[in-house]
Ligand binder design. Structure first.
Ligand code: SF4
Length: 498
């Protein structure tokens, strides 16, 4: 029998996973029957109990405490519309209290789509012959980055498949190549990663090239569902290897880690408790919870029936509830709402759910930014995207809705990561940096990339409004921001930050 390179590589990695299992020092933190029991016990919360939980969540905005599993379970069972209005209003209040009224912007960059796995919901799965797979070469990657920086982006989330051709060395090479791109004032200042689980040594190598946050989504915390959609014998089939990947990242010194669920594979109530237990486990072991939480919903994908027919697909109404509960449950975390969702729904959910980060002007085909005028390339995408507004149109809508669009990437370059970042977020003082750096990075966008209508609304309404907020709340910082604004405008200085 001929053994292919991919099969051999997969066997070797499975062997490595077995060795890791034998030395794993962290206890399991997903107890399915306990989670199901908590959901059942809290399925009829009284109005008073819900209002108490909402009040508690407000108090947590300045202490950074998590809600308990029982409290989160109770929130998932609320059916009174009036109580939901109170939950939505509180989610927005918490977000404003912790981060201020800014939305951090980023672009997804799909770097590779070759994959040895066979996830039932994914267009890139190995048995799907209807989708064309490729891994970008370094020059191709840099062309993609050039398109993005010339639109105004400063922050990426680089997305990888899992195969011998895009292993940790490829991740290191492509991240370093993305940082090398300079075009006028255009550059990437923070490259976050969404990639398969690695070993501690591999995480160390990836850390050394200066990545931002490392994301690994569990997809579903429910083991029977996990087994059903991730075939045994594949790397992705290894539930525990994935569950503890961010523990290994932390062991390797990557202190900004991000969790997420692919909603629609199993009961959303169960998945919310899975996310909470994951956040609790990271806090317990490392004193640092998730830097961000993502909540992508299952979307249609080429030749992938499960993506449209799962019995657990989440309705828009429930999706808004999920986002809001995450904000109440974990007040300090960044909350990422992606362009998977339609534009109108995103506009509603930002406010109702306390969202803090969004992508815009996104293309998700590998090489998709080189064909920017094609909104979709279904035969090259993992799934289908919904919100295809340009970055500039998206920013205009944000400005109209009263938000401060932010390209800030100062936090990790100023050492505000992991245990240094958490106290600022947990005590709601990080917003002082967020607003100041948001103003400066948005001014750079207005100077270098914005359309006339965005320049107009930005200069006449948005920047004055947030400068006023600083003057009223932190007068000494307002003066320093005004000074730096003048340097951006009159001396063409860039990347001034606090
Ligand atoms: S979800 Fe990820 S791991 Fe699974 S087949 Fe798709 S690209 Fe591969």
């Amino acid at each position: 029998m001929i053994v292919s390179k991919a099969m051999l590589w997969q066997r070797q990695r499975l062997q490595r996973i077995r060795e890791w299992e034998n030395t794993r020092r962290f206890p399991d933190f997903i107890d399915e029957s306990a989670i199901s029991g908590t959901l059942t016990e809290n399925r009829r919360p009284s109005r008073e109990a819900v209002l108490d939980i909402v009040e508690k969540a407000r108090a947590h905005a300045t202490t950074g405490e998590l809600l308990s599993p029982a409290e989160v379970a109770a929130l998932t069972h609320v059916d009174d519309p009036e109580l939901w209005e109170s939950i939505f209003e509180t989610a927005d209040w918490i977000k404003q209290t912790v981060y201020g009224n800014r939305i951090v912007l980023f672009a997804p960059l799909y770097v590779s789509s070759t994959c040895v796995n066979n996830c039932a919901y994914c267009g890139f799965r190995s048995t799907n012959s209807a989708v064309i797979r490729r891994d970008l070469t370094i020059p191709e990657l840099q062309e993609e980055v050039r398109v993005l920086v010339n639109a105004g982006h400063k922050r990426l989330i680089m997305v990888y498949g899992e195969s011998p051709d895009n292993d940790y060395r490829y991740i290191c090479d492509t991240v370093a190549a993305a940082y090398r791109v300079k075009d006028g004032f255009g550059e990437i200042r923070r490259a976050n990663i969404n990639a398969p689980p690695l070993s501690v040594e591999e995480f160390r190598a990836v850390r050394s090239v200066g990545i931002g946050t490392y994301q690994v989504f569990q997809e579903t915390y429910h083991r029977p569902t996990y087994r059903a959609v991730h075939p045994e014998g594949t790397l992705k089939g290894e539930y525990d290897w994935r569950l503890f990947s961010l523990h290994r990242a932390q062991e390797a010194g990557i202190d900004d880690v991000a969790i997420g669920v692919l909603f629609g594979l199993y009961d959303w109530r169960f998945e919310l408790l899975g996310l909470l237990h994951h956040a609790m486990a990271l806090e317990k072991e490392f004193g640092v919870g998730p830097h961000t939480i993502s909540y992508p919903r299952l979307e249609p994908a080429t030749n992938t029936p499960l993506a449209s027919r799962s019995p657990w697909l989440v309705a828009d109404e429930d999706f808004a509830k999920i986002v809001a509960i995450i904000r109440l449950m974990c007040p300090y975390t960044g909350s990422i709402l992606t362009a998977r969702e339609p534009a109108e729904l995103r506009r509603k959910v930002i406010r109702k759910g306390g969202v803090s980060q969004m992508d815009a002007g996104s293309r998700i085909a590998v090489g998709g930014y080189g064909r920017m005028n094609e909104e979709h390339q279904p035969d090259r995408q993992q799934f289908l995207l919904s919100d295809t507004r340009s970055l500039d149109d998206f920013i205009y809508d944000l400005c109209q809705d009263g938000y401060l669009p932010s390209f800030c990437t100062a936090g990790y370059r100023e050492g505000r990561t992991g245990a240094n970042f958490m106290p600022l977020a947990k005590h709601a003082t990080v917003k002082n940096f967020c607003i100041a750096n948001g103003i400066l990075s948005f001014e750079e966008y207005l100077q270098d990339y914005a359309s006339p209508r965005v320049q107009q609304i930005g200069r006449q309404k948005v920047i004055p409004r947030y400068l006023k907020w600083l003057e009223e709340n932190i007068p000494p910082l307002a003066g320093r921001v005004q000074g730096n604004l003048n340097r951006v405008r009159e001396e063409a200085q860039r990347d001034l930050h606090f």
